[in-house]
Design a binder for this molecule. Sequence first.
Ligand code: SF4
Length: 194
Amino acid sequence: MPSPLPSALSDGVDKRETLRGLRRALRKVRASGRLSDHEKDLVLRLRVSRERIAEEAGSLEACAQCAASYPLPASTWAGGYCCSGRTEALFDEIELAALGGASTRPRHLRPPPSPAAGCIFRGARGCSLPPVHRPNKCLRYLCVDAQRELHARGGLDLVEALCRDNEHQFEQLARVRLARLEASFCEELARRVF
Ligand code: SF4
C-alpha cells in the first residue's frame, strides 16, 4: 500500500488537494465529447512520441544535480530543477486532452510520498510518472546542460527532431480539439434556439 500523502508541505503546496484537482480536471477533459478520428490519431502518436523521446534521451547526468544550488523548495532534491514549477501549469487542458485521450486515467497520476517541491510528481528519484503519463512539454524540455550532454553523446540531433515532431503534433491536437469543441457548442446553441 502506498504511503499516505502529506497534506502540510514545505513549499505551501497542498499535495492532496492538487492531486484531487488534477484528477478532476482529467475526468472533465475526458468527458468533453467523443474524439474525432484525427484527434485519436494525434493522441496515440503523441503517446508513442513521448516514449520515444524518453528512450532516445535516456538517463542524463545533467538532471541529477541541477537544482542543488537553488533556494528551497527547488533544492529539496538535488535534481530536476525544471520540475519545480506549478503542477496545474504543467498539466494544462491540452496536455490533459493528450494524456486522457490516450491511456492516462486518474489512477495513473500517482505522486511520490514526499513533500512537494514544485510539481507534485517530483521526488528524490525524479519524476514518479512513466513518460506515457507525463505532459509532452516535460519530455520536450532540454536545458542547456542536457543539450550539451546529448550533443557529446551524439544524440542531440535525433532528440531535437523528435521534440519538434512532438510539438507539431501537439499544436495540431490543440487546433483540432478547439475546432471540434466550437462546432459542438454551435450545434448545441442552434438546437436550443430553433
Ligand atoms: S510531471 Fe514529472 S517531468 Fe513533468 S514537471 Fe512534473 S515531475 Fe517533472
